[in-house]
Design a protein around this ligand. Structure first.
Ligand SMILES: [Zn+2]
Length: 231
């Protein structure tokens, strides 16, 4: 019988040697003993973690990716309004006459925040969080939190940031005909964001953004984990 080696490896914090508990799908681990956060790839690599809207004792801390990137619009063609003038057709209309405009060339810096755990609506959540102003909190020296593990790795986070960037463009109010953008990721770190559960929804403290528990894969196991290791 063959064993999957990764299932047999007990993960220990590379800094202090404490056990890092988590679900079998987890790749992001926070060591509540020494406060270091790790990503498990082929080995454990450190990743920065910041705390946001921690809240009170009824809060749980969920991991999100914070990705800072430059987004360069290669081509964005939008249709301002539907063009009903086609009936006159003796000549070819130019794109501008048909309501097509090209805009937004150049690069801008954008911060994306989206769940680092698996959901079936990660993109729409990322789009909604995109405009939220999350400022990290100063954590009291020596105060350790319990942070639930995450299952979205760094490579996937960079792919998702691109998908959220496209989603942000698509969600703008004009009639989008096509979008082609490039994204260059400058930094990616973990935000541990305080959330409160209420009526089958996990709501981010101090915001209107909520994630239906039913949309979170392994939600029961994630929350149980938090009860087993109280913060
Ligand atoms: Zn540690």
């Amino acid at each position: 019988m063959r064993y999957n080696l990764s299932e047999l490896t007990l993960l220990r914090c590379s800094n202090c040697g404490s056990d890092l508990g988590g679900l079998s799908t987890d790749v992001i681990f926070y060591c509540s003993e020494c406060g270091k956060c790790w990503i498990s790839d082929e080995r454990l690599s450190p990743v920065d973690i910041e705390f946001v809207r921690v809240g009170g004792s009824d809060s749980i801390l969920l991991p999100f990716w914070k990705v800072d990137a430059s987004v360069t619009m290669q081509d964005r063609i939008s249709r301002r309004e539907s063009s009903a003038s086609g009936a006159a057709g003796f000549r070819e209309f130019t794109g501008r006459e048909m309501g097509l405009t090209e805009s937004d060339s150049g690069s801008r810096k954008v911060r994306f925040v989206f769940p680092a755990f698996s959901t079936n609506l990660i993109l729409s959540t990322g789009v909604r969080m995109h405009r939220e102003n999350f400022l990290p909190e100063k954590t009291e020296h020596g105060k350790r939190f319990r942070v639930i593990g995450g299952s979205v790795g760094k490579d996937d986070a960079e792919l998702l940031a691109r998908a959220v960037a496209v989603g942000v463009e698509v969600n703008r109010t004009d009639y989008l005909a096509s979008v082609d953008l490039e994204i260059e990721v400058h930094s990616a770190c973990i935000y541990a964001i305080g959330c409160t559960t209420h009526n089958n929804v996990i709501r981010i403290n101090g915001s209107k953004i909520g994630i239906l528990m039913a949309a979170i894969n392994d939600c029961d196991e994630m929350l149980k984990q938090n009860q087993v290791f109280p913060g």
